[in-house]
Write a protein that binds this ligand. Structure first.
Ligand code: NAD
Ligand code: MG
Length: 396
């Protein structure tokens, strides 16, 4: 690549953020102009000293002061900003060409929308922001001419297998498609007897068999809420109806997803389970660059297996599929309940199996509305969070 591309990495201290910086390390064609690290100030300081961005963003004012003091004494001129609005300011700054949206959860919603509104190349890892904003995000993209490239490995795989420049909402790439299949590893409890689900610990739930990821998405993979959110994500990204989306359990995480064409051809993207591959694809699109990932050894890995998911074992997957059918604010309600339930499970307040129970109860208590504005989406999000917290309090 000839041109220097200037990147803002929101969530640079997380798993996706660090993998993005690893791709930057392997390619001299990227300039890091903004980094955000929430409360992980030590790592953000190291990243600022190494990459010398123009801006660094933290969540609390006291952390901003501490980081600014440390940077100043190291002779660095990085501008330190704080708070949720600062994320949007950085995402829409004129010095930014592309934004890696790698914050976890609903906290990434406004900055994802800001990047879209500002016409940036939006590399979207933060699936929760898409699940919540739905059509609203695509309206911003259409109005500004922004480019959206999915980074979630399954959606990135499908994007790679669709005719280029024809994919996405409003494009006609999917008119040749009969269906897609999202693959899923099945997580750490694919073969665990259901009778033992009551005793699952956070450490066991976070120990993913094939991917190394942040805690929240690791628990979501163990419940398969992750695939439920990805089902909603796929329907929105590619403009597909729920009956056109299959979910296949594929424990080896080698085939990252498949596109079935009307003529009988099936295209799939394969690779090692390494997020640097979809990240590098998004960063260089439409070109290809080194990602640092190992080459795929099909002979060494033996067989590739595929089978249907069991909704009894993974009720959260079914909740995600049903939420896709329902649309409106339902995906936001489900996402909010799940974020609170997962945090409570990680904090030792509820059992693993109670995550799905809480998600279902919250959905049954709040009616779905059209998700026609950010205010409606944010209200639905807070209401679902509050009700989930109340239900957790009643349990204890
Ligand atoms: P992570 O927990 O490792 O990192 C999250 C990042 O967000 C960190 O930099 C953290 O400081 C920041 N953050 C957390 N809460 C914040 C808040 N309230 N305000 C601002 N910043 C905040 O998570 P991750 O695994 O890197 O996942 C990030 C996103 O990418 C998630 O939406 C996840 O679903 C998606 N994703 C991750 C993977 C993966 O392999 N890790 C794969 C596909 C999609
Ligand atoms: Mg995924």
């Amino acid at each position: 690549m000839n041109n220097l591309r200037r990147i803002c990495i929101l969530g640079s201290t997380g798993s996706i953020g660090q993998s993005t910086l690893a791709v930057v390390d392997a390619n001299p064609t990227f300039e890091v102009v903004a980094l955000s690290g929430h409360r992980n100030i030590d790592l953000l300081l190291q990243q600022c000293l190494k990459y010398r961005p123009k801006m660094a963003i933290v969540s609390r004012s006291e952390d901003a002061k501490g980081l600014a003091d440390s940077l100043k004494s190291a002779g660095s001129k990085v501008e330190v900003m704080w708070g949720a609005d600062a994320l949007s300011t950085a995402a829409s700054d004129d010095s930014v060409d592309m934004v890696m949206a790698a914050i976890v959860g609903a906290a990434g919603l406004e900055s994802t929308l800001a990047a879209a509104r500002a016409g940036k190349t939006l590399l979207l890892a933060n699936k929760e922001s898409l699940v919540m904003s739905g059509d609203l995000l695509f309206r911003e993209i259409q109005a500004s001419g922004a480019t959206l490239i999915p980074i979630d490995s399954e959606h990135n795989a499908i994007f790679q297998c669709l005719p280029q420049n024809l994919s996405g909402q409003g494009g006609d790439g999917t008119k040749y498609v009969s269906k897609i299949a999202l693959t899923a590893s099945g997580g750490p409890f694919l073969d665990k007897p259901l009778t033992e689900f009551g005793d699952i610990t956070p450490a066991e739930a976070c120990k993913h068999p094939t991917w190394s990821m942040g805690q929240k998405i690791s628990v979501d993979s163990a419940t398969m809420m992750n695939k439920g959110l990805e089902f909603i994500e796929a329907s929105l990204l590619f403009g597909l109806a729920p009956h056109q989306i299959d979910v296949l359990i594929h424990p080896q995480s080698t085939v990252h997803s498949l596109v079935y064409y009307k003529d009988g051809s099936v295209l799939a993207q394969l690779g090692c389970a390494d997020m640097r591959i979809p990240i590098a694809y998004g960063m260089a699109y439409p070109r290809r660059i080194e990602s640092g990932a190992a080459s795929l050894d099909l002979i060494g890995m033996g067989s590739l297996d595929f089978f249907e998911p069991d909704y009894k074992r993974f009720p959260c997957l079914k909740l995600g599929i049903d939420a896709t059918l329902q649309g409106g604010t339902t995906p936001t309600l489900l996402n909010a309940a799940n974020e609170i339930a997962v945090a409570a499970f990680l904090g030792g307040q509820i059992k693993f199996i109670e995550i799905a129970e809480l998600n279902e109860q919250v959905l049954s208590k709040i009616p779905c509305e059209p998700a026609s504005s950010l205010a409606i989406i944010r209200d639905a999000d807070s209401l679902a969070r509050n009700i989930t917290k109340e239900l957790i309090l009643k349990k204890n």
